[in-house]
Ligand binder design. Structure first.
Ligand code: ADP
Ligand code: MN
Length: 177
């Protein structure tokens, strides 16, 4: 097990991936099943004003990375967190024992995001992000490769299998101390 995770009694998991891949759905179900805290970074940013205003072009808040990291530091030190966010390069590497990148078939993702009412630009930006595996690359650049796992998230069966896989992983996790 990686040094630096030594003080935590329970691990921290980052669930990342392109918008629409199922991060919030998986994180909610997993948190309930293993009694971990689910931290939806988008909601946190909105609720606690951890942003520098609204980006009209990208149609989202301009997240303030320093404020987000300061807000989460203490709780991350405790362990037992599932952090749900579409980006992963600004969190301290030491926070996470496992980085899950959800992946969804392009046409499935397109349908999910159009259901969500995304405009053409936002739709094509996100589908392109998925096609080019932008988040997986970001995760591999930001964390040791043995901590990053890509999981398919096309169907309900995929979701159930992912919950089982991660529940097993957590029960086998031991802190380094
Ligand atoms: P994200 O948080 O990554 O943006 P959500 O969890 O909000 O994604 O999921 C987007 C939509 O896709 C929701 O309607 C959800 O019910 C559906 N969904 C998510 N994961 C799956 C899956 N594995 N199989 C089928 N539908 C899914
Ligand atoms: Mn979400």
């Amino acid at each position: 097990m990686v040094e630096g995770s030594s003080k935590r009694k329970r691990p921290n998991i980052l669930v990342t991936g392109t918008p629409g891949t199922g991060k919030t759905t998986l994180s909610t179900a997993l948190a309930e099943s293993i009694q971990f805290r689910h931290i939806n970074v988008g909601d946190l940013v909105k609720d606690k004003n951890l942003h520098d205003g609204w980006d009209d072009e990208l149609d989202c808040f301009i997240l303030n990375e320093d404020l987000v990291c300061d807000e989460l530091e203490d709780v991350m030190e405790e362990g037992g967190n599932i952090v749900d966010h579409h980006g992963c390069d600004f969190f301290p590497e030491r926070w996470f024992d496992c980085v899950v990148v959800l992946q969804t078939d392009n046409t499935v993702l397109y349908d999910r995001l159009s259901h969500r009412g995304y405009n053409e630009t936002k739709l094509s930006n996100n589908v392109e992000c998925e096609i080019f595996q932008v988040i997986l690359e970001e995760a591999k650049e930001s964390y040791p490769e043995d901590r990053v796992v890509a999981l398919k998230s096309d169907t309900i069966e995929d979701m159930s299998r992912n919950i089982t896989t991660l529940t097993d992983w957590v029960s086998n996790w031991h802190s380094a101390s």
